[in-house]
Write a protein that binds this ligand. Structure first.
Ligand code: ZN
Length: 174
């Protein structure tokens, strides 16, 4: 779906708000095609995604593979980082990131609060799973980063979202 189609559809919807008598032509509007195409593609996508999550669950996985990959990528970067405990009981610490540890000049300093699942780089808060700075903290405390992954990434929850079958959209033009 191109941006120009969306703009055209959006302006057509606004036009209909002001000129409701045009509604009898709704079935010929571009927005109808867009909605139908979106529904059609989603109806195809839902069973594929559901099947993918079933496969991962049957493989003994708990969390979605994309998150696992990101966490493993983060683990591979921890060699260039040093965590300093700020409030250990509260799982709050600073992480210094270096280009090379032997250079001694930090490229960035980040505050990670594992209990609140935040980091001031903003990525942990946005993704809702530990990114590299939080992973450094987890390793420092001997904690499993997976225990800080949000429930939405659990395969069972993902499957419960995608297992639904989308109903067919009736063609009112016929
Ligand atoms: Zn961070």
């Amino acid at each position: 779906m191109s941006t120009s189609n969306m703009i055209e559809a959006s302006s057509r919807i606004k036009e209909l708000e002001y000129y409701p008598q045009l509604n009898d032509r709704t079935c010929h509007l571009p927005i109808t095609s867009i909605v139908k195409e979106t529904c059609f593609r989603l109806a195809e996508l839902f069973p594929k995604r559901a099947a993918s999550y079933v496969g991962q669950l049957q493989g003994g996985h708990v969390c979605c593979s994309i998150v696992l990959k990101q966490i493993n990528n983060g683990k591979a970067r921890v060699d260039c980082m040093v965590a300093v405990c700020h409030l250990c009981n509260d799982l709050w610490f600073r992480v210094m990131e270096f280009d090379r540890l032997d250079q001694g000049i930090a490229r960035g300093v980040y505050r990670v609060h594992l209990r609140n699942k935040t980091c001031n780089c903003g990525i942990f808060d946005a993704l809702h799973f530990p990114y590299v700075h939080a992973i450094v903290g987890c390793m420092n405390y001997c904690l499993d980063p997976m225990s800080f992954v949000n429930e939405v990434y659990k395969l069972e929850n993902l499957y419960n979202v995608w297992r639904h079958v989308l109903p067919l959209v009736p063609d009112e033009c016929k």
